[in-house]
Design a protein around this ligand. Structure first.
Ligand SMILES: [Zn+2]
Length: 465
């Protein structure tokens, strides 16, 4: 137990937050993942700083567009296996209030913390404030893609938030950056301590940028990059033709990889003269990055590469991220897709690695999903053509998906629009023959709705437990 020094005001803030959490749990209002943070901060705006100071092992924060939840979960898994359990915020509660709520929740009524280290996932726009308030030891940036434009504006604005956070980090902070994402790599210039992580598997580079690709231009001179190829989106091997910017050589890299369906992938990871074999129950190239970034982050706080790598065999995927469930007895996989690149990658994982032929696609346009659904035109739904045997479409904007799939030339007799979450799950399961897996690809709030149904049916436990 570590005691945070809270003072009278901080103590009051902690109690106010903990009481709020108790009440929201008693009233079943969403598990209280952020409201206690709001209340605590209202009583003492320095409460997060005071509580975080009680973490004598410091904290690791993870930001970026995609992969935050899985990367954080991998880091926590490695630390757990080292006998160093971490305090972490709930997936999805990744604003400053969510981080505050996590510490308020885990602290005792007297302010003692049950762990010495924090692992926090945080939205890009909230990162500068989190860094100021908590002074982390490691900041991980996964990638930068166009997300919901109505929420954060342009990609350059997001990059500016990240740059500000990285330059104002405490002395000794290590930035762990994705070398293969040009906009993320550019953030590392002039920083005192940077570890670049990436993938060195040129045989897997694809020649063309998919239509979801964003960062095609040199951040120095604006010339279009020359891409040797991409692994996904704009993440790959690149250089500026004018020679003023190129992909940094990653210090820690995946040098070989084998993806075996959706159940397991095997990687070789190299860092200097060290190398380690990794088996991890994940799939998809985007998850290869989550793994190497997690290994780089834990290595930055002194966990040897081989030890960390050896723990990943029994990693359990985070909720909605390759999460396996049963729907009316049929095996099903939940694959969250929040933006064009994310959706492209889960679609590719389902088709290429999962050999998926039966799908449930669920599109919502609520605040957390992004209210403008035009991004579905940047998703490569053409890959379903000739593959999909049956596709159930549901959600607030199921009809937009139906139009999109029509343009993707998925035959109309294989598409079914079903209203109602329970009905959609049921219909999709019934349409999936024995021996096949149902692939469920929802946007964020659609995933929460579908999970709520599965929880009521007893196949899943609520995510806040
Ligand atoms: Zn240039």
């Amino acid at each position: 137990m570590r005691q945070a020094r809270l003072g009278p005001r901080g103590g009051a803030a902690l109690w106010a937050g903990k009481l709020t959490a108790l009440m929201s749990r008693a009233l079943h209002v969403g598990g209280g993942t952020t409201l206690p943070g709001d209340v605590s901060r209202w009583v003492d705006r320095r409460i997060l700083t005071k509580l975080a100071a009680g973490l004598d092992g410091g904290s690791i924060v993870v930001s970026g567009t995609n992969g935050k939840t899985t990367t954080s979960a991998l880091i926590r898994h490695i630390l757990d296996s080292q006998g160093r359990p971490a305090i972490a915020n709930q997936a999805g509660a990744n604003l400053i209030f969510g981080v505050t709520a996590a510490l308020v929740d885990r602290a005792s009524w007297s302010g003692a913390l049950p762990a010495s280290i924090g692992v926090f996932e945080i939205d890009e726009a909230s990162l500068p404030l989190l860094v100021t308030e908590t002074g982390p030891r490691v900041i991980v940036v996964t990638n930068l893609f166009r997300d919901q434009l109505d929420r954060y504006g342009e990609l350059e604005t997001t990059a500016a938030h990240l740059r500000r956070a990285l330059t104002q980090g405490p002395e000794g902070v290590t930035a762990v950056l994705n070398a293969d994402d040009p906009m993320v790599a550019a953030l590392g210039e002039d920083l005192p301590r940077v570890t670049y992580a990436g993938v060195e598997a040129p045989e897997l580079l694809q020649p063309q940028l998919s239509h979801g690709a964003d960062a095609k231009f040199c951040p120095r001179c604006g010339s279009p990059f020359i891409f040797e190829g991409v692994y996904f989106g704009h993440v790959g091997h690149y250089r500026c033709p004018r020679g003023d910017f190129e992909r940094p050589t990653p210090e820690i890299a995946v040098t070989a990889l084998e993806i075996d369906g959706i159940d397991e992938m095997r990687l070789t990871v190299r860092a200097g003269s060290e190398s380690a074999a990794v088996r991890v129950p994940l799939s998809g190239l985007y998850n290869v990055y989550n793994v190497v970034l997690a290994l780089a982050a834990t290595r930055a706080i002194g966990v040897p590469l081989r030890e960390a790598a050896g723990t990943l065999g029994n990693f359990a995927p985070a909720f909605g991220r390759l999460e396996k469930v049963a729907v009316e007895g049929r095996p099903a996989v939940l694959l969250l897709g929040k933006n064009p690149t994310g959706f492209n990658e889960v679609l590719r994982t389902a088709i290429q690695f999962g050999k998926g032929r039966y799908f449930l696609l669920a599109l919502n346009d609520r605040i957390a999903d992004g209210q403008d659904v035009s991004w579905i035109w940047d998703v490569d739904f053409e890959s379903l053509k000739g593959v999909a045997q049956h596709v159930v479409l549901t959600g607030d904007r199921a009809l937009d998906l139906a139009v999109r799939l029509k343009y993707a030339e998925v035959p109309g007799d294989r598409i079914e629009v079903v209203t109602g979450w329970e009905e959609a799950l049921s219909r999709a399961a019934q349409a999936t023959p024995e021996g096949e897996t149902l692939f469920i690809l929802p946007t964020y709030t659609a995933m929460l709705e579908l999970r709520a149904v599965l929880t009521r049916q007893g196949t899943l436990t609520p995510y806040w437990r």
